[in-house]
Design a binder for this molecule. Structure first.
Ligand SMILES: Nc1ncnc2c1ncn2[C@@H]1O[C@H](COP(=O)(O)OP(=O)(O)OP(=O)(O)O)[C@@H](O)[C@H]1O
Length: 260
């Protein structure tokens, strides 16, 4: 199982100091459930609360009100049931690709041959078996993201939380990683919550798209496209793809009171 829910989550931050201090509501009473084995994409304008929602789900931020459930159990703080992939892989620069993947496993108590073999298996899954001995500066941006994905998957979380993981990559690398992510998800069955600004990426990856605006959940759009997604060039130019893309675009652009 790997179902994650935000239940009536509000997140307040205090910004500024002294007389200029004010309260920012990054999330306002947000509730949604990501079902076991689905890819849900969180989309919305800059500052609408996407990263905050992900960080609250991960346990890196505590909700000011409301709570997070994983498989029906309320969770507090981080746990091995959730793994996170960041926009910039955030690898430890003095460690090799293999050692970066091993790092989380060691924290979990794994040692010896099992540690080595598990980390190698996940490097293989992301196509980096032959680059196990390279340090981050010897890897391309796409390869670094692959190591980040391998590191998060290796701890075998129920839920993978991905914060604009392909946002800093060139178009071609981004597309190959999108295809790889679909393939990895098909093979592992992981539940994925993925943040992006990119409408095409959202439609391509998602089973459902959660549209946010100004800290609030605006609409959830079903992406009724077949899985596996197949020839993505053809899919992108299909009327069904365009129709779903347009629905999400409308949800992003309409005033809150006229959406539904
Ligand atoms: N630690 C913090 N302290 C104060 N305010 C914060 C903090 N983190 C986020 N915010 C504010 O909360 C709001 C939501 O921020 P968040 O980063 O979640 O948005 P986002 O949708 O992910 O934006 P982007 O797409 O630009 O990454 C913004 O107004 C932001 O300035």
């Amino acid at each position: 199982m790997g179902e994650v829910s935000l239940v009536d989550v509000t997140k307040r931050f205090t910004s500024g100091v002294g007389a200029a201090a004010h309260t920012v509501f990054a999330l306002k009473r947000v509730s949604f459930t990501i079902r076991d084995g689905e890819i849900a994409v969180l989309i919305g304008p800059s500052g609408c609360g996407k990263t905050t929602a992900l960080r609250v789900a991960m346990g890196l931020e505590q909700a000011s009100h409301g709570h997070v459930m994983v498989d029906g159990r309320e969770v507090h703080g981080c746990g091995y049931d959730r793994g996170m992939v960041f926009q910039h892989a955030e690898l430890l620069p003095w460690l090799t690709a293999l050692q970066n993947v091993q790092f989380g496993l060691e924290m979990k108590g794994m040692r010896g041959a099992e540690l080595h073999d598990t980390a190698m298996r996940y490097l293989d899954l992301v196509g980096l078996k032959d680059s196990w001995n390279r340090r981050p500066y010897q890897l391309s941006g796409g390869m670094r993201q692959r190591v980040g994905i391998a590191r998060a998957l290796a701890i075998d979380p129920k839920v993978l939380l991905m914060d604009e993981p392909f946002g800093a990559l060139d178009a071609q690398t981004r597309e190959s990683l999108q295809i790889e992510l679909l393939d990895i998800q098909a093979r592992t069955g992981k539940t994925i919550l993925f943040v992006t600004h990119d409408l095409d990426e959202a439609v391509l990856l998602a089973d459902r798209v959660v549209v946010m605006r100004d800290g609030e959940l605006q609409e959830i759009v079903d992406v009724a496209l077949p899985r596996p997604r197949g020839d993505i060039g053809r899919l992108r130019s299909s009327p069904a793809f365009g129709e779903i893309r347009y629905r999400i675009w409308k949800a992003l652009h309409q005033a809150p009171d006229v959406v539904h």
